[in-house]
Design a protein around this ligand. Structure first.
Ligand code: XBP
Ligand code: MG
Length: 260
């Protein structure tokens, strides 16, 4: 297949946190805080501190990093190796409840683009560090009960040894799909996500959010405020300004064809 063949685009691989939805500040963060409180800990992650902690992907890994770096008080007799998984389990329960209550909407353009990709029979998949049940709860609460089945593969959480920025999760998803990276596009929101996708040779579209707008997105195909809607166009942060103000399948195909 040559690079001008529109069929070159075989699959779009979506990150979840920060990309499908703004889950971090008002989702994962308060869920962690609820878990701390429930466990009798006086820890609290405010918006700014959480922004710093986000450099470490994965909730359990983030907890370990916080304990090592910030040395919060830990009640005597508590073993960190038991505490971290217990806190993470409690946090997941709080987070999933928030999703089930419909508290976290999808970002602009996400539902529209997913629908168009399905209509055009382009494979959609997920590549995320978050816990699998967080992904299915988000998809169900925003797109309907059957939405997880729309995705050929959902690559999530501890299924691979190293989380982003390592390419493991993208390699795993590509292997499951039987596709090379250059026939896919990754949609990401962060520098860690971009590094992960690019290390798996996948051209990457970035939609930024408040926590990631200052990240280094060198190597991205295009950096946008969001996926945009006809009534609410995106703004371009970096890259060649597309003709339209909303991402559609034609634009994704163009993006891929610009990459060798
Ligand atoms: C997302 C994450 C996740 C969430 C929490 O990174 O780092 O850890 O913050 O999820 P990315 P869990 O969007 O790059 O995949 O607590 O379930 O790990
Ligand atoms: Mg992300």
């Amino acid at each position: 297949m040559n690079s001008n063949n529109p069929q070159k685009l075989r699959a779009v691989l979506f990150d979840v946190d920060g990309t499908l939805a703004d889950t971090e500040r008002d989702g994962h963060r308060p869920a962690f805080n609820a878990a701390f409180k429930e466990s009798g800990l006086n820890w609290h992650w405010d918006v700014e501190l959480y922004g710093q902690l986000l450099q470490v992907t994965g909730g359990k890994e983030r907890l370990h990093y916080f304990i090592e770096k910030h040395k919060p008080s830990i009640p005597k007799g508590l073993d960190i190796n038991n505490l971290v998984p217990a806190l993470h389990q409690a946090k997941t329960k709080h987070y999933v409840s928030m999703l089930q209550l419909g508290k976290i909407p999808l970002r602009p353009g996400v539902a529209r683009l997913l629908q168009q990709l399905r209509n055009e029979k382009i494979i959609i998949a997920i590549a995320t560090t978050t816990t699998p049940e967080n992904v299915t709860a988000l998809l169900r609460s925003t797109l309907g009960e059957d939405a997880p089945d729309w995705f050929d593969i959902i690559g999530a959480g501890d299924i691979v040894p190293e989380k982003k920025p390592a390419p493991d999760i993208y390699h795993w998803v590509l292997e499951q799909l039987g596709l090379p990276g250059h026939q896919c596009i990754a949609v990401e929101d962060s520098e860690n996500g971009l590094k992960s996708a690019r290390a798996a040779n996948i051209p990457t579209l970035i939609t930024v959010n408040d926590y990631t707008i200052q990240h280094n997105f060198e190597g991205a195909s295009l950096v946008l405020s969001d996926l945009g809607e006809p009534a609410q166009p995106f703004t371009v942060q970096a890259g060649i300004k597309p003709e339209k103000g909303w991402v559609d399948v034609g634009m994704l195909r163009n993006l891929l064809n610009e990459k060798p």
